[in-house]
Write a protein that binds this ligand. Structure first.
Ligand SMILES: Nc1ncnc2c1ncn2[C@@H]1O[C@H](COP(=O)(O)OP(=O)(O)OP(=O)(O)O)[C@@H](O)[C@H]1O
Length: 301
């Protein structure tokens, strides 16, 4: 489990993380979302002790990363910056990491298979494509079989097949009961991968919720209704109903069941009643709009 408590990080007069609190639980994939500069990478760096908080705490299973006796066994980490010696082969890179934790060669070979690098394990990491580098980074994160996996933008630069592979892998790791926490700014990808969302803007928590509840509560769902008595139905439904065409209403703020019941109670025939659920992308844009505008204004200033 990951616990972030009143976490704040300032760089000079810039506040990258601002009083952030949330918990990431095992058994699910939790997505860490936010516009550029929202503080995601900083929070992840604080979690793994690559930076010290100005105040507050970031804990892994109740302990600071620096206090973990065998960190690789507790938490697998893939941060955006590549930290592989370009002259080393993928196999030697993983063996070097394995030595620090007494991990056998057998396990190195196993993770190379898991990430699909068996054909290039003897090649120098410096010659790897971005996608191969990401796979190697994920292999390193999984090497010691950690219960917590923390990945910063793991699908960055991957092709669609690679994206799908990461998605399947993360879902199965969570199904094994691990804590999986990944950042991304790709909403559509997150909608398909994550069960739970932690959303930040300007270093502050904007939402801590499930994907499904987030979209529903964003209140962006709408229902299209076609009826020969559009005016009468609109009157019954109130402000949420807007006429799109003489026989068509676009209704927000209520669901299709309520509209159907209202129409039936008043004997109004419906020839179409179709709900449209907002996409995660829409809901995210709506939620973070102010923080993005702020960033834009700040940049312009
Ligand atoms: N070492 C640093 N020194 C100064 N400012 C920093 C440093 N690291 C991050 N920042 C600033 O803190 C803010 C948050 O940055 P961070 O990289 O954590 O955001 P992010 O959500 O990961 O963004 P992105 O999606 O673009 O990676 C940004 O305004 C950034 O410029």
């Amino acid at each position: 489990m990951l616990t972030v408590e009143s976490l704040t990080k300032r760089y000079g007069n810039r506040t990258a993380v601002d009083g952030l609190s949330f918990t990431v639980r095992p058994g699910t994939v939790t997505g860490f979302l936010g516009p550029n500069g929202a503080g995601k990478s900083t929070t992840m760096r604080l979690l793994v002790g690559l930076d010290a908080p100005t105040s507050g705490r970031a804990l892994i299973d109740g302990r600071r990363y620096a206090d973990l006796p065998a960190p690789l066994r507790e938490v697998g980490v893939l941060l955006e910056a590549r930290s592989v010696h370009p002259g080393r082969t993928a196999f030697r890179h993983l063996m070097a990491l394995a030595h620090t934790h007494g991990i056998p060669r057998r396990r190195v070979e196993e993770v190379i298979g898991t990430v699909g690098l068996q054909d290039v394990a003897g090649k120098r990491a410096g010659s790897f494509s971005l996608g191969m580098g990401q796979r190697l980074g994920i292999a390193a994160a999984l090497l010691a079989d950690p219960a917590v996996i923390l990945l910063d933008e793991p699908v960055n630069g991957l092709d669609p097949e690679g994206v799908r592979w990461v998605r399947t892998l993360l879902t199965s790791l969570a199904a094994e009961g691990r804590t999986v926490f990944l950042s991304s700014h790709l909403m559509s990808e997150m909608a398909q991968t994550a069960d739970h969302l932690v959303i930040v803007g300007r270093g502050r928590l904007l939402a801590d919720t499930t994907v499904e509840r987030f979209v529903r509560e964003a209140g962006l769902g709408r229902v299209r209704v076609v009826t020969p008595e559009a005016d009468r139905l609109a009157g019954l439904l109130g402000d949420g109903a807007v006429r799109e065409a003489p026989d068509t209403l676009r209704v927000t703020g209520t669901d299709a069941a309520h509209i159907g019941r209202t129409a039936a109670a008043h004997g109004i025939p419906l020839t179409e009643l179709s709900p449209h659920t907002a996409s995660l992308e829409d809901a995210f844009m709506e939620l973070t709009r102010d923080t993005v505008e702020y960033e834009g204004r700040a940049a312009a200033a």
